[in-house]
Write a protein that binds this ligand. Structure first.
Ligand code: ADP
Length: 404
């Protein structure tokens, strides 16, 4: 059985999935797992398609010191115990920089280019690249594909790609990239099956998870969004503030004496729902809390989703549908209901019963704009890109990039 391994390596955890390649290039998830607790208490856990447990083991801290070692543990388990020998590995890579508008087959030159974007995504890029490098060194003939969170947005117009700063900074890469591209691409590819006419029109997708963003799709292409140079911009997130006046950052430096690394940690770890509520970065805990600060943090989140929807509707010059996805978007009927209230001026009306049931279509027949809940599957998107590159026959020329 041919299989594709999908890897999503982050700062404290390596997530992996195995897909079998079936007739006509269809892909079926065989298992998923993760190695987490790096630096505290490393564990490998994996389960099969129905959630049946396949592995749950602990390792000494020194045996799994970093992400590359975490990948080695997962790889050895797949290879030696399950006899899984993938035909290719697809990696989630957060930043493809200005030039990558599609997935790419990896070689040493690609890795060197992607390393240059570490400064643009310091939290994720080094961890995305670590397993790629170690697999390239140990299994140089095994095809690896990089799938970028930025690539889907590279089609945006110049006005949506720039900041009002001197051009030399744009030229060196200070641009509005946008992220969550694999999730938005999944939605853009899935919508034609759900609502073909709408998919060809103007759609706002709200990816509301621990990290949250929104994207304006026109005819299935990304035209505008809430994230920019980094994933810090836009909506408030679990621990990030979202849109914030650059003057606040200057204040932290000049008045509070914070160093660049202190400001970095503050913005990535101490703000957002967590910093604002002082309670939790987890929306479930905030929704369960009676505390006034939890309520205000939720009010702010909902308000900012509404404000940004207005901005994106302006970018699209109208709206044909609104889509919720990711952890909060797919699971919290109450947040969806409150966001829908913010969109009432656009003619949005939810069907309360369908919303509580988490149905795919949750707007009422009286709504001017249909509202959908669509779960995004970034892992399968990566597996598809990886298989597409293999099937294109580009392996004969590993330096060649191809649409996927
Ligand atoms: P990420 O992939 O960015 O870690 P997810 O898409 O998994 O994030 O979303 C995580 C967020 O979704 C958390 O804030 C979590 O509280 C929220 N979430 C998950 N299920 C629910 C639920 N039933 N109600 C409210 N929030 C939920």
């Amino acid at each position: 059985m041919d299989t594709i391994l999908v890897v999503d390596a982050g700062p404290s955890c390596v997530k992996f999935q195995v897909y079998s390649v079936e007739g006509e290039g269809r892909l079926r998830q065989q298992l998923k797992g993760r190695v987490d607790g790096l630096g505290s208490g490393p564990r490998l856990r994996a389960s099969g398609p129905g959630g049946n447990p396949l592995a749950h083991r602990a390792y000494p801290i020194e045996a799994v010191p970093d992400v590359a070692a975490g990948m080695d543990i997962a790889g050895a388990w797949l290879r030696d115990e399950l006899r899984i020998d993938p035909i290719a590995i697809g990696h989630r890579v957060v930043h493809g920089g200005p030039d990558h508008d599609r997935s790419v087959l990896i070689d040493h030159g690609v890795v060197a280019r992607l390393e240059r974007f570490t400064a643009l995504a310091p939290l994720h890029q080094p961890h995305n690249l670590a397993p790629i490098r170690s697999i390239l060194a140990r299994f140089p003939m095994l095809p690896q594909v990089a799938c970028f969170d930025t690539a889907f947005h590279r089609t945006r117009a110049a006005v949506a790609d720039h900041y009002a700063i001197p051009h030399r900074l744009y030229a060196e890469g200070v641009r509005r990239y946008g992220f969550h591209g694999l999730s938005y691409e999944w939605i853009a590819k899935t919508l034609p099956r759900i609502a073909p006419k709408i998919a060809a029109g103007r759609v706002i997708v709200a990816h509301l998870g621990s990290e949250a963003s929104m994207c304006a799709l026109s005819g299935g292409r990304s035209v505008e969004g809430t994230m920019g140079f980094t994933a810090l911009d836009g909506l408030p997130m679990g621990t990030g503030p979202g849109q914030i006046d650059a003057g606040v950052v200057l204040y932290l430096i000049s008045e509070k004496g914070m160093s660049a690394s202190k400001v970095h940690d503050f913005l990535y770890r101490d703000c957002g729902l967590k910093g604002f509520s002082g309670i939790s970065n987890d929306m479930r805990e905030l929704e369960a809390s009676e505390d006034a600060s939890a309520k205000l943090a939720i009010d702010y989140f909902v308000y900012r989703v509404g404000l940004n929807a207005g901005m994106l509707a302006a970018a699209l010059q109208g709206l044909d549908a609104f889509v919720f996805t990711a952890g909060i978007g797919e699971n919290s009927a109450s947040i969806r209901a409150r966001v829908a209230e913010q969109l009432a001026w656009l003619g949005v009306k939810l069907d309360a019963a369908e919303n509580v049931r988490h149905s795919q279509l949750i707007s009422s027949s009286a709504s001017l704009i249909p509202v959908y809940v669509v779960s995004s599957d970034e892992g399968l998107m990566i597996a598809r890109h990886t298989l597409a590159l293999l099937m294109d026959g580009n392996l004969k020329n590993p330096r060649h990039e191809s649409a996927s």
